[in-house]
Design a protein around this ligand. Structure first.
Ligand SMILES: [Zn+2]
Length: 280
């Protein structure tokens, strides 16, 4: 399989999961000794009270829901979204700052959790309530890698829907974290045309599609595991991983199954790649 030269720049679910696995061992059980906000104007403002709220408090756990990272404290939780270009790294407290290093969590033990976000579409929010009930999270669909996401579920949810199956699959109310690249790849693996009406995909084909969604995301997370060391690298970004892509960004190149040229169209304003002979 050829490796497309496309490189994911936007953190998708696998990158967020990889970030979680990279930072969790450094955060859980650590106490925050200071919060430094250099630039709080993200997609929503970083609460000015965050230093007072978190200083002296211990991170109890770190988890992920959709593309949000949740840091739990005894008295509330912080939600972090990496937006279009955000990253989190754990660096020594002495590490030099680079441009766009907007927020630091100084931890006991001499390390810093550093949030960098050149385009500032991410966010860092505080809630005293159950973070899963936060307005940004409470209406989200199931996790694609968890129990409850399968072909039967997709089949039930899609009955009567005339929208394109790709749009349906990328709807966070249906299932979270299936971004543009992964939707294209999974539909290709399942042989389903991205423009087919969601309500006109059979149960059998949805079972195959659910399995392919899990497999493409799982492979990406596994690939990300090899870059975990980068989460404590002092300079640069965590290096979101280039992946082996079968169809995405491969316009005109031969389909690995039938040799036909891969085509491109736009679905819901997103570039979509498919094989005109294998997908129907
Ligand atoms: Zn083909």
């Amino acid at each position: 399989m050829a490796v497309a030269d496309h490189r994911c720049s936007m953190p998708e679910l696998p990158e967020v999961e990889t970030t979680l696995r990279g930072i969790r061992p450094h955060l859980e059980g650590s106490t925050v000794t200071a919060i430094v906000i250099r630039e709080g104007r993200l997609r929503w403002p970083v609460p000015g009270g965050l230093p007072r709220l978190l200083t002296g408090r211990t991170v109890r756990s770190v988890r992920r829901r959709a593309k949000f990272l949740i840091a739990d404290f005894d008295h509330g939780a912080v939600l972090v979204h990496l937006g279009m270009s955000g990253s989190l790294r754990v660096v020594p407290a002495t590490a030099a700052l680079t441009a766009h290093d907007h927020v630091d969590w100084v931890l006991d033990g001499g390390r810093v959790l550093r949030y960098r976000d050149p385009r500032r579409f991410g966010c860092m929010l505080w809630t005293r309530l159950n973070p899963l009930q936060h307005p940004l999270l409470r209406e989200l669909g199931p996790e694609p890698l968890a129990e409850g996401f399968d072909g039967d579920y997709l089949h039930v949810r899609s009955r009567g829907r005339r929208q394109a199956v790709k749009t349906f699959l990328m709807d966070g109310h249906v299932v979270v974290g299936v971004g543009n690249i992964y939707a294209s790849e999974a539909l290709y693996m399942s042989g389903i045309h991205p423009l087919r009406a969601a309500g006109r995909v059979s149960l059998e084909r949805y079972r195959r599609l659910a399995a392919d969604v899990r497999s493409v995301l799982g492979a990406a997370i596994e690939a990300g595991g090899t870059t975990l060391r980068d989460f404590t690298r002092v300079t640069g970004e965590p290096g979101y991983f280039a992946q082996d892509l079968r169809v995405y960004d491969r316009l005109g190149r031969p389909c690995g199954r039938c040799g036909q040229g891969i085509r491109r169209l736009v679905v819901g304003q997103r570039a979509t790649y498919y094989c005109p002979s294998c997908q129907h």
